[in-house]
Design a protein around this ligand. Structure first.
Ligand code: PRP
Length: 183
């Protein structure tokens, strides 16, 4: 059985994703022209988006990664965030652009923004590929958003269920039976 057999509906096809990422890259290139932004990808989910977004940016920029995990299990976020891997560099005085795959409750981002603000960057903005509509538990100011999606659980393009499905090139929902079979 292939991975795609567990897919219920393709929410955002590959070409639509890539077109939108090219648009975001153009906007970021224009708005950060000569600022040499530091893109900070949040692992693991944002690794694919970060790499495609970087290639869509045509001005000099840098990249670093942080890895976080929330203490929650399953498909819900708890709001308590652990930093598993921190940045390799100081961000003081830098133009930082946080790159997230998905904003769900918003708790991860809220925590990260507070943490990074304390390190005194010149500017701190967010580029999120996906934002779930109407369920953020904290107010967030997201400068760049790829797509607003319904509050269903989605996988693909870096996003996982039980560490699977990250390698699908599109964003999709899963069939109900995919959640019950841990294999
Ligand atoms: C996901 C996603 C965001 C966070 C969003 O990460 O990548 O970081 O959840 O949820 P929130 O808005 O409710 O806080 P996850 O903790 O699943 O880790 P992963 O990226 O390693 O899969």
């Amino acid at each position: 059985m292939g991975l795609a057999d567990d897919v219920d509906e393709i929410l955002i096809p590959e070409e639509v994703l890539q077109d939108r990422i090219r648009e975001l890259g153009k906007r970021i290139s224009a708005e950060y022209n000569s600022k040499e932004p530091l893109l900070v990808g949040i692992l693991t989910g944002a690794f694919m988006f970060t790499s495609d977004l970087l290639r869509a940016i045509s001005v000099p920029c840098h990249v670093d990664f942080m890895a976080t995990a929330s203490y929650g299990s399953g498909t819900e976020s708890s709001g308590i965030v652990r930093i598993l891997k921190d940045l390799n560099q100081s961000i003081e005085g830098r133009h930082v652009l946080l790159v997230e795959d998905i904003v769900d409750s918003g708790l991860t981002l809220n925590y990260l923004l507070k943490n990074l603000r304390g390190r005194r960057p010149a500017t701190l903005e967010v580029c999120a590929l996906l934002q779930k509509k109407g369920i953020q538990r904290v107010p967030l100011d997201l400068r760049y958003v790829g797509f607003e999606i319904p509050p269903d659980f989605v996988v693909g393009y870096g996003l996982d269920y039980a560490e699977k499905f990250r390698n699908l090139p599109y964003i999709a929902t899963l069939k109900p039976e995919a959640y019950t079979d841990p294999a």
